[in-house]
Design a protein around this ligand. Structure first.
Ligand code: NOJ
Ligand code: CA
Length: 700
C-alpha cells in the first residue's frame, strides 16, 4: 500500500532545515544565506559529498532573477513508500521510498513564490523547482539555471564534453582538474555545439572520490525544459547547471504553474548501488498508458550493419544527388547493386529471424529520400510512407507474418523535425496498416528549423510528442540521436529504447574504447535502456567492406555479455546471418538470453574496469550472467548463492579463450558446461576488452 504522511507543517521557519534518507545514511541540509540565497548540502555516512551549493534561476532581460532575496514562508516534510510494477524491467517490482522536504520561498521585493522540493532516497537526492500558480510570476524566460553541485575535491570523472548536439563520444577518465586540458586539446575538434565551454560535460556523470565514494549527477523527468549539462568551475570544483540554448540563445520558456526536471545526485561507497538504483524512474510520474498489453520486449535482427560498415547503401541510386520527392520517379531509374534493403535480401533476414526465434526484422533505407538525406538542410526530405520500388511493403509484410516475424519500421528524420511532425500521423497509420509495432527513429544532422539544438526545450518537446503520439497508435519507440533519457519510460513504457550515446555503430567508424561498455551502465543507462546493438562476431570489418579499416574493439565473449550487462527490453543481434552461422555454438547464447527480468543482482562493478551482473528471467527459474572487462586482464570471482537452495542447474559458460584479446585475437572463446547449485563458486579470467556470459537453466 502506498502511503504518504505529512509529518510536519510549521509556521515558525528557521532558515536551516535537515532531511534524512529512510536508512539514515544520507543527510541533506537546506539553508537560506543572509542575503536570501537558497542553498543545500549533502552528506553520506557523515562524510560531506556536496558542499554548500546555491540554488536558483537567472531570468532574461530586466526581470529580477530568482537567485536571492528570499524568505521561507512554508516548509513541509513527508515520507512516501510504495512499490510499483514496471511494464518491462530489470526487476519485477520497484520500491519507491523517500523522505521529502518542500521549502516554499517568497521573494521579498517581488512576492514571487518558488518551492524547492527535495526527495531523499537511500541511494541519493532528487530536487526540483516548482513555480506554483501566482499573480507575480506567470511567464518567464530562463537565461540560465544556477543550480550548483559543489564537489569536495578533485575527483576522478568519466565524462563526455558538453556538446549541445551529440553525445556519441568515447568517455575520458580524468581528474576534474584535467577536463580543461583534454577539452582544449583533442576533444574540441569534434564538438558540434555553437558555443563551447572547456569544462562543460554531459550528464549522467559518474565520479569517484579519493576515499572511494561513487557520485552520479543526472536529471529525471526532463519534460518541457531544456537538457542540463554541467559546467565546472575548476578552481573551486563547483559544477553548475548549464542548459541547452534554443535558436535564440534562450534556455527555456516557462508558464506557471510549472516544475523543472529533478536534479539527481546518487552516492554510495559501493559502485553496484549506483547501477541497481531505480531513483531516476521513481522521480518520474506513474504509467500514463492504460492498456500496456501491446508493449513487449523485442529481440531483433536487421538490414543495418551492411550499411553502417559501408558494404551496402541506404540509397536506391547514386545517380540523383538532389532528387525532389514527388518529382523523381524511382521506377524509371535502376537501383544500385548495393541497395541492401531489397525484398529478396529482407526475406533472407526474415528466414534467419524465424529460424532462430527473433521477434522482428528492422530494415533501413526502404523508403524514398536517402539520396540527399542530410547535409543540405532539406526540409521536405522523407515522407515515411513511400517505399523504393525494390521494397515490396505488402509482400514483405505477408511473408513475415507467415513466418511469425514482425517488421520493425525505420524513420530517419535527418533532424528535419518539422517534416516529421508534418507526416507523423500518416506514418504511424501506415505502420498500423502494415503490421509494424515498433519504430526506430533517428535525428542525424542539423535540426530543422535551423538553429535549434538537439537538446533544447523546443526539441525535447518534439521527442515527447513523438512518444505520446506513438502511444495513441500503440507503437513502441526507439529514438536515436534524441536527448538522453531521464526515466520517462516509467510514464511512457512504449519508449523501449534510445541510442543517445556512442553505440556499436562506432565500432565501424574507427572503433570505440574497449572499456566503453564498463562505463555506459554508470552514465547513459541511468536514465533508461540503450539500443546498443551488440552481437558483432566479425571484428575485422575490412574483410567484407574493403575500404573500411575499422576494428571492433571487443571479444566475442564480451559481445555476448552485453545482452546482460546493457539492460534493455530491446536487443539486436547486429551482425550478418553468415557471421553467426560460422559460430553457431556462441550464437546459441544470443538465442537463449532473456529480455525481461524478475531480479537483477550486480555482483561486481567498477566504472571503466568491470561489471558483472546476474539476472533471473521473468516467470522462469533461468538465470543469465554477464561480465564485461576493461583494458587489463582480470579474474572475476563470483558466488552463485542467489540460486534457489536445493535446486540443480546446468550452466553453459561462454568465456574468453586464454589467448583471446580484443585487438589481436577477438574471436577466441571457450564454451564449457557444468552442473551448479547455490553453493557453487566460479572464477573466470576475462581478457582486455573481454568478458563472459553464462546461461543457467534449472534441471527439472
Ligand atoms: C544513425 C543511427 O544511430 C544508425 O543506427 C542509423 O543506421 C543511421 N543513423 C541512419 O539512420
Ligand atoms: Ca547514432
Amino acid at each position: 500500500m502506498p502511503y504518504l504522511i505529512v509529518l510536519f507543517a510549521s509556521i515558525h521557519f528557521t532558515n536551516a532545515q535537515e532531511l534524512k534518507s529512510p536508512n539514515g545514511d544520507l543527510t541533506m541540509h537546506f539553508e537560506l544565506l543572509e542575503n536570501g540565497t537558497p542553498t543545500y548540502k549533502l552528506a553520506y555516512k557523515n562524510k560531506e559529498v556536496i558542499k554548500t551549493s546555491h540554488l536558483g534561476l537567472e531570468l532574461k532581460d530586466d526581470e529580477k532573477s530568482l537567485l536571492n532575496d528570499f524568505k521561507i514562508t512554508n516548509t513541509e516534510t513527508a515520507t512516501f513508500n510504495e512499490s510499483w510494477t514496471p511494464v518491462w524491467g530489470e526487476v519485477k517490482t520497484i520500491q519507491n521510498h523517500y523522505n521529502e522536504l518542500a521549502v516554499t520561498l517568497t521573494q521579498n521585493e517581488t512576492e514571487r513564490v518558488v518551492i524547492v522540493r527535495f526527495r531523499l532516497f537511500d541511494e541519493g537526492l532528487g530536487f526540483r523547482y516548482e513555480f506554483p500558480e501566482q499573480k507575480n510570476l506567470v511567464y518567464f524566460t530562463i537565461k540560465e539555471e544556477r543550480t550548483q553541485f559543489a564537489m569536495t575535491g578533485d575527483h576522478t570523472a568519466f565524462w563526455i564534453p558538453g556538446d549541445y548536439d551529440t553525445q556519441e563520444y568515447d568517455y575520458t577518465e580524468s581528474k576534474l582538474s584535467e577536463i580543461r586540458g583534454y577539452s582544449e586539446g583533442a576533444v574540441t575538434a569534434n564538438l558540434s555545439q555553437t558555443s563551447f565551454s572547456p569544462t562543460g560535460v554531459q550528464t549522467a556523470l559518474i565520479m569517484k572520490t579519493d576515499d572511494g565514494l561513487y557520485i552520479n549527477l543526472h536529471e529525471a523527468a526532463l519534460i518541457n525544459y531544456s537538457c542540463m549539462h554541467l559546467n565546472l568551475d575548476d578552481k573551486n570544483m563547483v559544477f553548475e547547471s548549464w542548459l541547452t540554448p534554443d535558436a535564440n540563445g534562450d534556455k527555456g520558456y516557462i508558464q506557471a504553474p510549472a516544475t523543472s526536471p529533478w536534479r539527481t545526485i546518487m552516492v554510495s561507497d559501493d559502485a553496484r548501488d549506483i547501477l541497481a538504483s531505480k531513483m531516476t524512474y521513481n522521480l518520474n510520474e506513474p504509467c500514463a498508458i492504460e492498456d500496456t498489453s501491446w508493449i513487449k520486449p523485442v529481440k531483433y535482427v536487421g538490414v543495418w550493419w551492411e550499411m553502417i560498415t559501408g558494404k551496402a547503401t541506404w540509397n536506391y541510386t547514386d545517380d540523383l544527388p538532389s532528387v525532389q520527392l514527388g518529382i523523381t520517379d524511382y521506377s524509371k531509374v535502376s537501383p544500385n547493386k548495393t541497395h541492401a534493403p531489397n525484398t529478396e535480401n529482407v526475406k533472407k533476414y526474415i528466414d534467419f529471424a524465424a529460424k532462430n526465434g527473433f521477434d522482428a526484422v528492422l530494415v533501413e533505407g526502404w523508403n524514398e529520400g536517402w539520396e540527399d538525406w542530410f547535409g543540405h538542410s532539406k526540409d521536405y526530405v522523407f515522407d515515411f510512407v513511400t517505399a523504393y520500388p525494390d521494397f515490396d511493403v505488402e509482400g514483405i509484410h505477408a511473408y513475415a507474418k507467415s513466418k511469425g516475424v514482425e517488421m520493425m519500421m525505420h524513420h530517419e528524420t535527418s533532424a528535419s523535425v518539422r517534416n516529421y511532425e508534418r507526416h507523423m500521423d500518416e506514418a504511424y497509420k501506415f505502420m498500423n496498416d502494415n503490421g509494424y509495432k515498433s519504430v526506430k527513429s533517428g535525428y542525424v544532422g542539423d535540426i530543422l528549423p535551423r538553429g535549434e539544438n538537439h537538446y533544447d526545450q523546443w526539441i525535447v518537446n518534439h521527442y515527447q510528442y513523438a512518444i505520446e503520439k506513438a502511444a495513441k497508435y500503440k507503437i513502441m519507440v526507439n529514438a536515436h540521436e534524441a536527448v538522453r533519457p531521464t526515466g520517462i519510460a516509467r510514464t511512457y513504457p512504449n519508449l523501449i529504447g534510445n541510442e543517445s550515446a556512442r553505440g556499436t555503430e562506432y565500432q565501424a567508424f574507427g572503433g570505440s574504447k574497449p572499456n566503453h561498455v564498463t562505463i555506459l551502465p554508470f552514465t547513459r543507462l541511468i536514465g533508461g535502456p540503450m539500443d546498443y546493438t551488440p552481437g558483432i562476431f566479425e571484428m575485422d570489418i575490412s574483410k567484407f567492406s574493403p575500404n573500411n579499416t575499422s576494428h571492433v574493439n571487443s571479444t566475442i565473449a564480451n559481445q555476448l555479455a552485453l545482452y546482460v550487462t546493457m539492460y534493455s527490453p530491446l536487443q539486436m543481434a547486429a551482425d550478418f546471418p553468415e557471421h553467426y552461422e560460422q559460430f553457431m555454438d556462441a550464437f546459441q547464447f544470443i538465442k537463449d538470453v532473456a529480455m525481461d527480468w524478475d531480479e537483477s543482482i550486480y555482483l561486481e562493478a567498477e566504472p571503466g574496469y568491470y561489471i558483472t551482473v546476474a539476472r533471473k528471467e521473468k516467470d522462469s527459474s533461468n538465470w543469465f550472467i554477464g561480465n564485461v572487462n576493461g583494458y587489463t586482464t582480470r579474474t572475476s570471482k563470483i558466488s552463485l548463492d542467489f540460486l534457489d537452495k536445493g535446486k540443480k542447474y546446468e550452466a553453459i559458460i561462454y568465456a574468453d579463450a586464454k589467448d583471446a584479446d580484443y585487438k589481436t585475437n577477438p574471436q577466441a572463446y571457450k564454451i564449457t558446461k557444468q552442473k551448479v547449485t547455490n553453493k557453487t563458486k566460479l572464477s573466470q579470467v576475462s581478457v582486455p576488452g573481454g568478458g563472459y556470459a553464462i546461461s543457467i537453466m534449472e534441471i527439472k
